[in-house]
Design a protein around this ligand. Structure first.
Ligand code: GLN
Length: 381
């Protein structure tokens, strides 16, 4: 029998796959995995169809179609006043996750340390570990999941290669403020620390808050790789389309890995998205749409025994069940599926060590009817 030395011992199917499968098995309303249950704009579908039929069916250039990179650079410039050169500083990826894995593999070497704030989206730490890097976890605690910058400072040392950040934040819906950015700037100044900024929920931001992209801060921009997602932008998570922005020197390394990992991504989609972006000046309608959904979901369950946590961005609402049960969150989430027909994500899945704040994450990127059905069930818990 061949001996296998796993690079990722102890890692099983992701919590998103597990809960979605459980939801399907029990025909539960699936508010677990984050994806909309409504479709994208019909004009975009038309453009995709046109693209396939026009014969755009062979490899795209390795970094992505130039027209699309130009549209991305123009969008980032309009929104954040930042310049990224389409030739050398923008790369189209197969979704946010690929961009994140590529960025980590391009820069993290054996024994490098990477700081991750947790709860954290599940793909960061495994990528670091697969590269032989070491994760230093910085815990964020309810109710506000605010960042203790003195602690972050203590975690950094000469071996710190990267800090991974994510605002608006999955799973908490927390959004970074100006002070956080200033602190990050202070901590990384005169170091070789790179920043990987997962900004896939950039437009899903509420309550008059503004998304503070690292692209806006010249000193941070210089050391940052920024990841964005067309899945979140167009309600097309299954298309697996996204992009990465970085200054030329960083992007050069990113592309070395990208070209051997995927070479290039879906050509017809790139044509369609490039065309579509030409017509789309801004994405403020997204923030409005999802704020309405957040408010509607919160209103529907406001009399329930769950406690609503704050949510300022992303499409996730955390609910505390501490007044309902003392069960571990994975057990509580499973019984919610089996007995009440609603699937969510237990927040302990976003922590490296046993950390259970009795919180569940619900995705509200759903039709009103779906949220209403889920709320009827949640009100009975
Ligand atoms: N980003 C999605 C979420 O947080 C999940 C994507 C996935 O299943 N990998 O739910």
């Amino acid at each position: 029998m061949v001996q296998i030395y796993s690079k990722l011992p102890g890692i099983g199917p992701s919590i998103f796959s597990v809960m979605t499968q459980m939801a399907n098995e029990h025909k539960a309303i699936n508010l677990s995995q984050g994806f909309p249950d409504f479709d994208c704009a019909p004009e975009l579908l038309e453009l995709v169809k046109k693209s396939y039929e026009s014969g755009y069916n062979q490899y795209a250039p390795m970094p992505g179609l130039l027209e699309l990179r130009e549209q991305i650079a123009a969008k980032v410039n309009r929104l954040h006043g930042a310049d990224y050169h389409p030739d050398h500083e923008v790369t189209v990826t197969a979704g946010g996750t690929q961009a994140i894995f590529t960025a980590i593999s391009a820069f993290v070497q054996a024994n490098d340390e990477v700081i991750i704030f947790e709860p954290a989206y599940d793909c960061y730490a495994p990528a670091v570990k697969a590269m032989g890097g070491m994760v230093k976890y910085m815990p964020l605690n309810p109710p506000d999941f605010a960042i203790d910058w003195t602690q972050v400072q203590k975690l950094t040392n000469g071996n710190t290669r990267m800090i991974i950040i994510n605002s608006p934040h999955n799973p908490t819906g927390m959004v970074w403020n100006e002070e956080d950015l200033q602190q990050l700037q202070k901590i990384t100044r005169n170091t070789n620390i790179l920043i990987l900024s997962d900004e896939v929920y950039e437009h899903l931001i509420f309550d008059e808050k503004k998304h503070l992209s690292l692209a806006k801060y010249p000193e941070l921009k210089e050391r940052s790789l920024i990841v964005a997602s067309f899945g979140k932008l167009f309600h097309t998570t299954g298309w697996k389309m996204g992009y990465c922005l970085a200054p030329e020197a960083l992007m050069k390394e990113f592309r070395k890995i990208h070209q051997f990992m995927v070479f290039s991504v879906n050509t017809p989609m790139q044509h369609a998205i490039a065309e579509y972006l030409k017509e789309k000046e801004n994405f403020e309608d997204l923030g409005i749409l999802f704020q309405e959904k957040r408010d509607y979901f919160r209103k529907l369950i406001s009399g329930s025994r769950f406690q609503l946590m704050d949510c300022h961005g992303s499409y996730f609402q955390l609910l505390s069940y501490q007044d309902i049960s003392e069960e571990p969150d994975t057990d509580f989430a499973a019984s919610l599926v089996k007995e009440h027909g609603v699937a969510s994500i237990p927040v302990s899945a976003f922590y490296s060590k046993n950390t259970d704040h009795h919180l569940l994450r619900f995705c509200f990127a759903k039709k009103e009817a779906t949220l209403e059905k889920a709320a009827v069930a949640l009100m009975k818990v």
